[in-house]
Design a protein around this ligand. Structure first.
Ligand SMILES: C[S@@+](CC[C@H](N)C(=O)[O-])C[C@H]1O[C@@H](n2cnc3c(N)ncnc32)[C@H](O)[C@@H]1O
Length: 328
């Protein structure tokens, strides 16, 4: 190892190596650009940039704590902390260096856990925050990938009238509402019966129908309403509590349509017939659970009137699960 050390303790070069390896791993958890691993001096040089990044992100407390440890090390090494953070060589008792690495590592690993996840490309922070909150607090099945696709679509296409059939706990409606709030225009109409009788009106399969017959829809609905109010989304969310075939007449034109209601053969196809034809050419249609046998006729109808835009895959099974289409 390229370090000038005074061997006044029993600490071995191996122990120093181990401490340095752990220290580099801690940096990786920080979600900041970290240079390729190198020796102790490169580690401290990288630390300088990381402290600047943490400072910018408002994390002054960990920066101060780390600086205290660097100052202590500098004192023991008889140099200025700027030398250490500048990547300069210094001489110190290896035990002091090992302790400094461990102490700095523990501060940074706590800071890393507290650091907010950065927004993915093309998704503003306010939208991403709501996606994360919906994911953590609401019931439903919308994957992170699907939520981001919906948000990006809304931000890019700026649809005025959005419709979602099948709200359940709001997991997929919120990304749309969040993007509309970011734009400052448009509304998402959520059509949902929140009723076991409606959910199993037409059969899918025994296990699925049994599950839907026992859902506590009142609790799911209340949590959704609470979330919409608490996150200031009310201006962009309209709820139509009714079976989808009864609500279709309310719409003349739909710019963005998400079909995720009953997956029975009849209802899924009916939703396409009643709603998808109201989407004008160029409008977007998202159709969920395309891997179900019962949704195949609905999908075939959509394919007849739409161009494919994207297909989302289930990360575990690798199966196609959601189609994003553009009305021809
Ligand atoms: C698969 S869930 C929706 C999941 C939600 N979009 C998500 O991403 O978490 C289907 C929802 O459609 C609703 N539903 C089923 N049949 C319906 C119908 N005919 N009219 C309105 N809503 C219906 C069910 O109550 C259920 O909440």
């Amino acid at each position: 190892m390229n370090i000038d050390i005074v061997s006044t303790s029993a600490i071995t070069d191996k122990a120093l190596h181990g401490a340095l390896t752990v220290a580099w791993e801690t940096l990786a958890g920080l979600r900041v650009a970290v240079p390729l691993r190198g020796d102790l001096f490169i580690y401290f040089k990288s630390l300088d940039d990381i402290l600047i990044g943490l400072n910018k992100a408002g994390g002054t407390a960990p920066v101060e704590e780390v600086m205290n440890h660097v100052e202590y090390l500098a004192e023991k090494a008889g140099c200025h902390s700027a030398v250490i953070l500048g990547g300069g060589h210094f001489t110190a008792d290896p035990q002091v260096v090992v302790d400094a690495l461990a102490n700095i590592g523990s501060v940074l690993s706590v800071a890393g856990q507290k650091q907010p996840e950065p927004s993915p490309e093309g998704v503003p922070e306010d939208v991403f925050t709501l996606i994360l909150e919906a994911e953590a607090e609401l019931a439903g099945w919308c994957s992170r990938e699907k939520a981001l696709v919906i948000a990006r679509m809304i931000l890019a296409e700026r649809p005025a009238i959005c419709v979602e059939i099948g709200v359940f706990g709001g997991r997929s409606l919120i990304p749309c509402a969040a993007a509309l709030r970011h734009i400052g225009a448009g509304a998402i109409y959520g059509i949902e019966a929140w009723s076991p009788n409606v959910a199993i009106e037409n059969p899918t399969d025994e296990i699925n129908d049994d599950w839907w017959s026992k859902v506590d829809f009142n609790r799911i609905k209340q949590e959704f309403f609470r979330f919409v109010a608490a996150t200031n989304l009310t201006q962009y969310v309209r709820v139509i509590e009714a079976p989808s075939n009864r609500a279709a007449a309310l719409f003349d034109r739909i710019d963005f349509l998400h079909i995720d209601g009953s997956h029975s053969i009849v209802n899924a196809a009916e939703d396409v017939i009643l709603y998808a034809l109201k989407v004008p050419p160029g409008g977007i249609i998202v159709f969920d659970d395309i891997n179900w046998q019962s949704t195949a006729p609905a999908r075939a109808l959509l394919d007849a009137i739409c161009e494919p835009v994207a297909v989302l895959k289930d990360p575990e099974s690798g199966l196609d699960i959601c189609a994003v289409l553009r009305r021809r």
